[in-house]
Design a binder for this molecule. Structure first.
Ligand code: CFM
Ligand code: HCA
Length: 534
């Protein structure tokens, strides 16, 4: 692997090679579970083809996009709104046909040259009014795109004005695409906004003995539906999901839950932290990707509530669900055992999906995130060592204090200590690298060039990433699975999701279809462009 790393960076200019060298790491897990340091959450070097997205994508597309009864209004040119409109395959299911669902609509101010020159606030006001008149939503959220920041439209003042005028909640996000180094900045901006403007507005809550929030689950391909099914079977009440299959009211009353479970830590940890500080709700890391991980997560939730009835119920459900899971696992494993996978996805899936592959005997030979931070790789314990650079500093850190009336620690310090002794960890996650084998390559913000070299070197049985990589990978003869949108598949979460995934991967890695395909330049060499000087 060290030689492969050298080869990956050999063609770069010295300075670029030095920087990429810090982001390409040969994994090695120490006896104390320590892992090497990796460079992450830094600017992509201009000229490198990255797969990263922008701050607007992280804020509007990722965190707020899945909420069905919010009018999510993009203030900007039409492309930003259009390309963040359901391409992520975030699904939703209104409880009744009458319930508001704006998911089939794309709201945008459609800024034109003229608005860029003379300012877009007038158009923004008009768009809010128009949306209000047609849909009468409970709330309207406004998202800034790059030009809005450049021309200086004051979206927050417009929001405030319209909130007073219409008597509904209107709030804005300064999530201009260029803020920060990737969509990760947009997550933080979204977390701050939703916490400031919505969380805690409604003190009524769903009844239930075990009330939790699910943070960082976005219902891609129906994942949240499957998790909801399992939780309901266990008798666990879901107060709010941030933000798959969610509603505005769920956010408003989310502070009434007794536990925050965090799936995708990268995109939503800020809300978990702020809710703990303001309302006293503890958080634990959970993961419903992989049948084993789903079972483990349910057990963690049961442990937290310290209730025999719940833990018995959870064990019963796990046993029931695992029958089909184990049957399919055994069948598929026979055909997939030992095959290699590579995963380069966002900020948590490159980690979570390794569990699913392991369940059918497949090995992850290399993995990396597009925009995660060091803690997502190395574990939360490195947080104090992370240098906060200028790019991160430009994102606001909210100052949060205990709510004078509503701060209510759900557990006493002694109870927490006891639970910790019993193996439940709070406010923690171990990161991706400690779970990966020694000698695997961990690559942050992988470039297109590196992707191609990795495929040529290892010839994995499957390569998992997103739409930008998809066709280049297939042209190399390798099956490619999108782990963002799931292509047209899913759900892959929970128990039924695991079974879906095993079957799909089995089909993919055991079909030779892509290896038969020849790119045009392979059959017609005259199409292979080469430089005269080479
Ligand atoms: Fe979290 Fe996500 Fe991901 Fe993410 Fe994303 Fe996504 Fe992703 Mo695409 S919130 S970090 S910003 S799990 S949209 S649902 S698939 S890159 S790995
Ligand atoms: C985003 C959304 C995205 C893109 C996926 C892809 C998603 O980053 O803005 O590149 O295929 O999951 O839809 O991550």
């Amino acid at each position: 692997p060290a030689a492969v790393k050298q080869e990956l960076i050999a063609k770069y200019p010295t300075k670029v090679a030095r920087k990429r060298g810090k982001q390409i790491i040969v994994n090695r897990v120490g006896e104390d579970c320590s892992v090497p340091e990796i460079g992450a959450n830094t600017r992509t070097i201009p000229g490198i083809i990255t797969q990263r997205g922008c701050s607007y994508a992280g804020c509007k597309g990722v965190v707020l996009g899945p909420t069905r009864d919010l009018v999510n209004l993009t203030h900007g040119p039409i492309g930003c709104g259009f390309y963040s409109w359901l391409t992520r395959r975030n699904q939703t299911r209104p409880a009744t046909p009458e319930e508001a669902n704006f998911m089939p609509y794309c709201f945008s101010t459609d800024l034109q040259d003229e608005d860029i020159v003379f300012g877009g606030e007038k158009k923004l006001r008009a768009a809010i009014l128009e949306a209000y008149d047609i849909f009468h939503p409970k709330a309207i959220s406004i998202f800034a795109t790059c030009p809005v920041g450049l021309i200086g439209d004051d979206i927050h003042t417009v929001a405030k004005e319209m909130k007073e005028r219409l008597g509904i909640n209107v709030f804005a996000f300064s999530c201009e695409g260029y803020k920060g180094v990737s969509q990760s900045a947009g997550h933080h901006i979204a977390n701050n906004g939703i916490f400031k403007h919505v969380v805690g507005l409604d003190d009524t809550s769903r009844e239930g003995k075990y009330r939790i929030n699910l943070l960082g689950e976005y219902n891609i391909g129906g994942d949240a539906f499957e998790i909801e099914r399992v939780l309901e079977k266990c008798g666990i009440t879901l107060v709010a999901t941030f933000s798959g299959n969610s509603t505005y009211e769920q956010f408003a009353s989310s502070h009434m839950a007794d536990l925050n479970t965090v799936m995708c830590h990268r995109s939503i940890n800020y809300v978990a932290e702020m809710m703990e500080r303001k309302f006293g709700i503890p958080w634990i890391k959970t993961n419903f990707i992989g049948a084993g991980s789903a079972a483990k997560s349910l057990r963690k939730i049961a442990k937290y509530f310290e209730d025999r009835e719940l833990s018995d119920r959870v064990e019963e459900i796990i046993a029931e669900e695992m029958v089909e899971v184990e049957k399919v696992q055994a069948e598929v494993r026979a055909r997939c055992e030992g095959k290699l996978a590579m995963l380069f996805v966002g900020g948590s899936r490159a980690h979570h999906y390794q569990d699913l592959f392991a369940e059918i005997g497949m090995r992850t030979i290399s993995a990396g995130y597009e925009f995660a931070h060091r803690d997502d790789y190395e574990g939360r314990r490195v947080l104090p060592d992370i240098k906060v650079d200028a790019d991160s500093r430009s994102i606001e850190e909210l100052e949060v204090h205990p709510d004078p009336d509503r701060y209510r620690p759900r557990k006493t310090a002694e109870q927490i200590a006891e639970l910790k002794r019993d193996g439940l960890s709070f406010n923690d996650y171990e990161g991706m690298m400690v779970r990966m084998a020694d000698g695997t390559l961990v690559i942050d913000d992988i470039s297109q060039y590196e992707t191609e070299r990795m495929i040529e070197t290892y010839k994995p049985a499957i390569f998992c990433a997103g739409i930008k990589e998809k066709y280049a990978v297939q042209k190399k003869g390798i099956p490619m699975k999108q782990l963002h949108s799931y292509d047209s598949g899913g759900p892959y979460a929970g128990f039924k999701g695991a079974v879906n995934f095993y079957r799909e991967i089995d089909r993919m890695v055991n079909s030779r279809i892509w290896s038969y395909l020849k790119a045009p330049w392979q059959t017609n060499p005259e199409l292979a462009a080469t430089y005269a000087c080479e």
